[in-house]
Write a protein that binds this ligand. Structure first.
Ligand code: NAD
Ligand code: UFG
Length: 345
């Protein structure tokens, strides 16, 4: 086993300064790993790395750079004795992916290819990949199991599905390859310390950060995108999962890959769906005041409901989400209250 000087197993974390990557780095350290972050800060702040160090009491190694830079990866892998990689780096805005397909394919698929190539050259054949429920698209049958039909509804989903395909093809070339494609449902919440959270640039696309910004007074009112869906109250249903549960899913996957070569896909969700209005009500309970909202038209490309069947992750990885909607809202609110304008620049 390759250990670094401190005797800890080092893991390369691309995109480790981002929302999900930062919380996962903190959990990795708590679980005895040593994250080595590669991030170009295109959607994050260097201050995040200091926060992780403050939170865990451990210095965090971070290299600023682009995951598509093969020479940089070669150099990094030659210097750092990593045992595995977790690949978060990517572009993630569904709407934007339709107007910037070149960038989405380049970063999400090109970045994955570049990383796979470098890992293979270095003989580090263990990878956990940030995939998405977007690979399923509009499915008639809920909850979604890993073998549900895959028909992405947007370029973002296509890039995630293509990256999964590339991983499977590369993994088939060498018996040592072990990879886990983790299909996240709707990650929300923040680190309970309030030090790490989601800090979207500009107007948030996603529901939870939008609610948080209304609660803190940065936005006037939430627009609910449609209330005529065939759901409990007419608004969209999603499977919200706490970012810490998601981070723990990565630790479970890393452990699984130690003894299980091949490619494995897992849904990371709770198995429970909540509507937009239910999430709004839960956030109101967390922040202690009513949140203004209005009903708008449906948002193009939205599905009525998207809920995971997380059985495989429970049975194979021994992982399950444990944090409820109240905790997701309480932690988001703590983070937003402590950082009304997001991370300091
Ligand atoms: P994020 O934007 O907060 O984090 C991504 C990080 O990658 C950022 O720090 C960014 O600076 C970095 N990055 C982007 N392009 C890079 C490049 N070419 N080279 C190096 N670094 C680069 O996003 P997140 O919410 O933490 O999501 C992480 C991953 O999870 C993404 O791949 C995303 O597609 C996937 N995912 C996210 C969600 C979600 O709702 N947040 C849902 C499903 C899947
Ligand atoms: N919504 C609103 N108002 C808003 C924002 C969202 O009503 O201002 C509604 C949406 O219509 C939807 C629900 O809130 O019904 C959740 O929307 P999000 O934008 O928060 O999340 P999505 O389910 O659309 O997308 C998320 C990620 C994608 C990922 C997908 C599936 O953003 O990256 O989950 O994993 F692909």
């Amino acid at each position: 086993m390759r250990l670094n000087v401190a005797g800890r197993r080092s893991v390369l974390v691309t995109g480790g300064a981002g929302y999900l990557g930062s919380v996962t780095c903190a959990r990795l350290i708590e679980c005895g790993y040593r994250p080595v972050v590669l991030d170009d800060y295109s959607n994050s702040h260097p201050t995040v790395i200091e926060r992780i160090a403050r939170l865990t009491g451990e210095p965090v190694r971070c290299i600023r750079g682009d995951v598509r830079d093969g020479a940089l990866l070669d150099d990094l892998l030659a210097r750092e004795a990593v045992v595995a990689a977790i690949h978060f780096a990517g572009l993630k805005a569904v709407g934007e992916s339709a107007s910037r397909p070149f960038d989405y394919w380049d970063v999400n698929v090109g970045g994955t290819l570049s990383l796979l190539r470098a890992l293979d050259r270095a003989g580090v054949r263990r990878l956990v990949f940030s995939s998405s429920a977007a690979v399923y698209g509009q499915s008639q049958q809920l909850p979604l199991a890993e073998d549900s039909p895959q028909a992405p509804a947007n370029p973002y989903g296509h890039t995630k599905l293509a990256a999964e395909r590339v991983i499977a093809d590369v993994a088939a070339t060498h018996p040592d390859w072990a990879a886990a494609c983790l299909r996240y449902f709707n990650p929300v919440g923040a680190h309970p310390s309030g030090l790490l959270g989601e800090d979207p640039r500009g107007v948030p696309n996603n529901l939870m950060p939008y609610l948080a910004q209304v609660a803190v007074g940065r936005r006037k009112a939430l627009t609910v995108h449609g209330n005529d869906y065939p759901t409990f109250d007419g608004t969209g249903v999603r499977d919200y999962i706490h970012v810490l549960d998601l981070a723990d899913g990565h630790i479970a996957a890393l452990r699984h890959l130690q003894t299980n070569p091949g490619v494995h896909c897992f849904n990371l969700g709770t198995g429970a769906g909540h509507t937009v209005l239910q999430l709004k009500a839960a956030f109101e309970r967390a922040c202690g005041h009513a949140l203004a909202y209005r009903i708008g038209p449906r948002r193009a490309g939205d599905v009525a409901a998207c809920v995971a069947d997380p059985t495989r992750a429970r049975e194979v990885l021994g992982w399950r989400a444990t944090r409820d909607l109240a905790q997701m809202c309480a932690d988001t609110w703590r983070w937003q209250r402590m950082h009304p304008a997001g991370y300091p620049d």
